[in-house]
Design a protein. Structure first.
Length: 661
């Protein structure tokens, strides 16, 4: 196979005041024509720096200090500025993780797509605009003509990522590098983006390098995989072989830390504890040895080479490079969480919750528009239970969380907590409620005050509520979430993402709450850090008797963490059941579509095309019928709530499970 991209012993160094950091240290791999290569690893492993080094996008203090990057035989590192300008976009293109910051907020969508074609001299402005509209249409952008006057903020995350792919493919590049293109996207949108990329690979023969920490995404798209740790490749080979039989302990840990829908539930996910090595003081031997459960004496004394162990397969490990295998993890099966007695009342009850938001007028004489965010939601949560809320972005999950915690006041409906009606609480009564109900947000950095030390962040609620021994409580909280109490003098930016999320959990626990509402607490974390945080939350539930309302779009995480699951679509709960029942026998077509879209190898998909209907108007009948693969004429009428099994209810005229039966 002809190599489109040949990276040989690439070395990229960041020259900092503390000393040189070898962010990429001797990385080598090839990508053939029409091939897909996945690069995985924790944050800081060197994945993105490798991609930026290939594209020559790094600025000082970063410097490429060794190796070669050959594109169809040409040395990219030797190209002049003009040659690089011509090569980027036409020869190779890159799609970045954050589509909102990757697009110019003051230029229309169509202009941003078409200007890349004009810049490379392929078409005039009029032709480039026509080409841009067709390109957006081929990427599944609804009404691409509207892009002529639309700006990035007017598009959803999934639509913006489609625009980024359209820009990347505007000049028909031979190589596409995608850096975390599906992170934080809903599972259905993620499936659509992956299908688009697979189509580009198959239809146009585009070689793809996909960077991700989601092994499901890598497994569903990539034929080969390279696992990076501490700046170097530690294992590479065919994707199925590496994921099914990983030979490097780090790859082994990543593969087993991923929750899967088809795997037996375990009491804990086998994540790797500890932190990656200090880049300024790398271990003398194997860089993973301090965290490795399989290490031998040689691992700490000698640095292992990347040795071939089979056709197209190589590993950097003294334990397995001679043909040894790593065992499957022996984990205890998940035990049922402690439950309140059936005679006890629920900890939380919500009945008929409704919340709308009135938007400002678009013009002086234009009417106000109303967003119907939550539309008649009812649910309950028992003591010691975890209830998962799943659904696409915009379905009302986060608004529901804010209603339950009384950060928003409902327009209609009622909320009872610990037997008391809290629907209209205010003032001191609402302040007292905060003692028993806390929230953990998705982005720990945005939810922590960057100007305060960690001990000050944890101390603040204790002082406000008059805790008897606040300083001792702060130390106990840090220890409880697995952080060194001495680190309390640090600021949030001095911690990793997973450590910051532990700090957020510690702050939520400060006042001994009975309920924690967690809104996407692990969606932006690496798979290993995600496992650590989920294990911590499970341990705290067992130790403290906590109840969780757990909001997520990762269904495998919800299955591993939650006892019951409620599925939301456009402001309504469309299905609710125990986790075991719902994942074994989903009843609503929307739930079936969500499960089929989970990126796991071998899973057949039901792709939901298009976006959910606008929440600016009340819909008659079933809100899902326009996207439903089994819609019937009766779906134009309001659907009934059907109980398909004990504790399993679905809002649907034609439950999927009954049709299949």
């Amino acid at each position: 196979m002809t190599a489109i991209l040949d990276v040989r012993d690439l070395v990229t160094v960041f020259h900092t005041d503390a000393g040189p950091v070898r962010a990429v240290d001797g990385v080598s791999f090839t990508v053939g024509a029409g091939e897909t290569l996945g690069i995985v690893g924790e944050s800081g492993s060197g994945k993105s720096v490798t991609a930026q080094s290939i594209m020559r996008l790094l600025d000082p203090p970063a410097r490429i200090e060794g190796g070669q990057v050959l594109f169809q035989g040409r040395d990219v590192l030797a190209m002049t500025t003009r040659e690089l300008t011509d090569w980027r976009g036409a020869g190779a293109a890159m799609v970045f993780q954050d589509s909102l910051t990757g697009l110019n907020p003051v230029l229309t969508i169509l202009r941003q797509v078409s200007e890349h074609v004009v810049a490379h001299g392929r078409m005039d402005i009029a032709g480039a605009r026509r080409h841009g509209i067709e390109l957006l249409r081929s990427m599944g952008v609804a009404s691409p003509e509207r892009a002529a006057t639309s700006f990035p903020h007017q598009f959803s995350g999934g639509m913006r990522q489609r625009v980024m792919l359209a820009i990347g493919m505007a000049n028909d590049p031979v190589l596409l590098i995608a850096d975390e293109p599906t992170t934080a996207l809903d599972v259905t949108v993620q499936a659509q983006i992956l299908d688009l990329m697979a189509g580009l690979n198959q239809k146009h023969g585009t070689a793809i390098v996909l960077i991700s920490h989601d092994l499901g995404v890598i497994g569903s798209l990539c034929r080969r995989i390279a696992v990076m740790y501490a700046g170097e490749v530690v294992e590479t080979g065919p994707t199925a072989e590496v994921l099914d039989d990983p030979r490097h302990p780090y790859a082994w840990a990543l593969a087993h830390a991923v929750p899967r829908l088809d795997a037996p539930l375990a009491a804990r996910l086998p994540g790797v504890e500890g932190m990656p090595p200090d880049p300024l003081a790398m271990p003398r031997g194997c860089r993973f040895a301090p965290r490795c459960r399989f290490r031998i004496a040689r691992c700490e004394a000698e640095h292992p080479p990347l040795a071939e162990i089979g056709p197209g397969r190589a590993v950097r490990c003294w334990v397995t490079m001679d043909g040894g295998r790593l065992p499957s993890p022996a984990l205890p099966a998940a035990a049922a969480a402690p439950r309140a007695a059936d005679t006890e009342p629920p900890l939380l009850e919500a009945e008929g919750l409704v919340k709308t938001f009135r938007l400002p007028r678009k013009g002086i004489f234009a009417p106000h528009e109303t967003v119907h965010a939550v539309n008649g939601v009812s649910l309950h949560l028992m003591r010691g239970e975890s209830l998962g809320i799943v659904g696409e972005s915009g379905c009302g999950k986060s608004t529901l969380a804010r209603l339950i915690t009384r950060l928003h006041a409902p327009d209609a409906g009622s909320i009872r907590f610990q037997g008391k009606d809290i629907t209209a609480l205010g003032g001191e009564a609402l302040r007292a409620l905060r003692l028993q109900m806390q929230m953990v947000f998705q982005d720990p950095y945005a939810s922590l005050n960057p100007r305060m030390r960690v001990d000050q962040i944890l101390l603040e609620p204790l002082l406000v509520h008059g805790h008897a021994k606040p300083q001792e409580r702060v130390a106990a909280l840090l220890d409880m979430v697995g952080l060194n109490p001495a680190w309390g003098t640090r600021f949030p930016h001095e911690f990793s993402g997973g450590q910051r999320q532990r700090i957020s959990i510690a702050r939520a626990l400060a006042l001994n709450p009975a309920l924690i509402v967690a809104d996407e607490p692990v969606s932006a974390l690496d798979v290993n850090v995600q496992a650590q945080v989920l294990n911590l939350m499970l341990e705290l539930r067992e130790r403290l008797g906590l109840s969780y309302l757990f909001i997520a779009h990762d269904l495998a995480v919800v299955r591993a963490f939650c006892d019951r699951v409620a599925v939301m679509y456009l402001g309504r709960l469309v299905e609710e059941a125990s986790a075991a029942e719902l994942f074994a026998r989903p009843a609503h077509p929307y739930t079936v579509s969500l499960l089929s879209a989970v990126p796991e190898p071998g899973r057949s998909r039901i792709i939901l095309h298009g976006e959910p209907p606008s929440s600016l108007r009340q819909l008659q009948g079933c809100a899902f019928r326009q996207r439903c693969p089994v819609a019937r004429p009766v779906c134009a009428e309001s659907p009934p709530l059907i109980e398909v099994a004990a504790g399993h209810s679905v809002l649907c005229h034609a439950p999927w499970s009954l049709q299949r039966a």
